[in-house]
Ligand binder design. Structure first.
Ligand code: NAD
Length: 252
């Protein structure tokens, strides 16, 4: 396979005239908003003294200690509520609003920052911190208020405990959301993969599926990732720097 391009001009060439562009974003797109990633932050604890995301965002923790699990969720919800969308979220939303190109946004993030930046119809592969569902009845409810009087909060439908409507490690994704994401990715002319370590399955398979379907793949990440090898262009740059340059030029 040929060496990927590495310049903004290489990436612009791919976007130039593309009728359908899909973004696949991960925790890195929100890093500059102040939302910590799970990887790439050295050996610092993620919360209290726990360093491993798989131990925290895991159903075993939810079931063994529902209150402790919700305290971890509340830490994340309060942190995200203090953050604002950054230039990368805003550039994607502005690009999506420009007539002439079909733009889809698929995210692994649960922070809601693409919505807050103004993006429409975001496919949230791993759910949202701003929704919850009854553990027993499975009814989904918006959970927009940050402060919660009781942990775990009660489900308005069944009265039992709510859980966040996010996909935990070792849980399955919502099949309809994943199928819609798959279609958005393989039907695109260009897939822009931003700020993901491409380690969390099955989301990490999407760039490979796109490549196999003939989609041009651009990776934006300051660090190497396992999907660099299949990319047509790799931009070793922060999302908030690369995307405004790339997308403002493409929209003109
Ligand atoms: P990850 O934490 O595994 O990897 C983050 C990636 O972002 C790394 O490759 C890093 O090099 C890159 N990155 C860091 N700063 C960047 C920047 N400024 N611009 C571009 N890239 C940057 O993230 P992941 O691949 O999304 O997987 C982690 C899982 O954890 C996902 O399922 C996600 O749902 C969840 N998560 C979500 C959030 C959030 O909602 N903001 C935060 C942490 C983790």
């Amino acid at each position: 396979m040929r060496t990927p391009g590495t310049t903004l001009a290489d990436a612009r060439d791919l976007l130039d005239g593309a009728e359908a562009v899909t973004f696949l974003t991960g925790a890195g797109v929100s890093a500059e908003s102040g939302v910590p990633t799970f990887r790439g932050g050295g050996d610092a604890p993620l919360w209290r003294d726990v360093r491993n995301a798989e131990d925290l965002s895991h159903p075993d923790f939810l079931h063994a200690d529902p209150r402790g699990f919700w305290e971890w969720m509340q830490y994340r919800r309060e942190l995200v509520a203090r953050c604002a969308p950054n230039a990368a979220h805003l550039a994607i939303a502005a690009f999506q609003a420009t007539p002439g190109t079909r733009v889809e946004v698929v995210t692994q993030n649960v922070d809601g920052l693409h919505h807050r930046a103004g993006s429409r119809s975001v496919l949230e592969l791993h759910g949202s911190l701003w929704r919850a569902r009854g553990i027993a009845c499975e009814h989904t409810h918006a959970l927009l208020e940050v402060a919660l009087p009781a942990l775990p909060p009660p489900c308005p439908t069944c009265g039992g405990p709510l859980r966040p409507d996010i996909v935990l490690f070792d849980e399955f994704l919502d099949e309809r959301v994943f199928q819609a994401a798959f279609e958005a990715v393989v039907d695109a002319h260009v897939l822009v993969v931003v700020g993901t370590s491409a380690l969390v399955m099955p989301a990490a398979t999407l760039p490979l599926r796109a490549r196999r379907a003939g989609v041009k793949v651009i990776v934006v990440n300051p660090e190497p990732t396992p999907i660099d090898d299949i990319a047509h262009v790799v931009l070793r740059e922060r999302a908030s720097v690369a995307l405004p340059f790339l997308l403002s030029a493409a929209a003109t």
